[in-house]
Design a protein around this ligand. Sequence first.
Ligand code: COA
Length: 254
Amino acid sequence: MSEILTHTDAGVMTITFNRLDKKNSITAAMYGLMADAIAQAQSDDSVRVVVMQGHESIFSAGNDIADFLNHPPDSNEANVFRFLRGIASLQKPIVAAVAGPAVGIGTTLLFHCDLVYAGDNAAFSMPFVNLGLCPEAASSLLAPQMFGYHRAAEALLLGEAFYAEAALDVGLVNRVVPPTEVNGYAQAQARKLAAKPLSALIATKRLMKGSQSAAVLAQMDVEIESFGRMLKEPAAQEAFGAFLAKRKPDFSKV
Ligand code: COA
């Protein structure tokens, strides 16, 4: 079965991470499937709302680290960046359902969702520094804006996890529900949106995002430049090697 499941029903396209044995970590091929699904959601009149969801035990462990080594996203056209630009630019609403860990892009993609529902087991983290990397998905712009600078610095510099109630407090999450209910709750909210006039949803989202949209895409480009370079540098290589060997990284020389 595909590692990204997509189906559309009653105007709602649901994209599901389906790689539980690897904690829903995301490969370049999976980003490709998601980028294509988002492009279809944009152009297909039968899609009015997109839902992104994982499993009640895990949303996503972020980028697949082995795949990162084998297929580093080294151009602006890499699938991961196509996916990120896709969700940042989608005119229609995106609803996310997050339960369990949401690591790296599992958290940063949420900045591009319109409604975010979390299980009370949700754990958000952006451990880019711990991997010798820098933020992506315009999170270096959007996290300080949403959380305030100091709370964003704690999340992005220390890279420690924060939990559902803290995410609610900083405005990353709309509502916390039991993990077994989060996908159903998000689906119900998406269906409410899908029953509304699409033209009004699109106009309202565009007006709320306003001039920010161009700044977000520009920030992604700046991040991509650093991220692509840092992937090949000693700090990231040490972090990835340590993860794959299941040992602690040694950053004393980088
Ligand atoms: N890339 C590749 N494989 C991953 C992965 C990732 N990001 N996250 C988990 N996996 C794999 C593990 O290597 C393991 O594979 P194995 O069974 O072949 O050994 C399997 O998924 C289960 O992971 P495990 O760590 O045993 O599960 P856990 O429940 O103890 O912990 C996480 C779950 C998500 C907290 C933990 O896996 C984790 O921290 N992953 C790395 C997250 C990360 O740094 N992502 C990159 C962000 S840019």
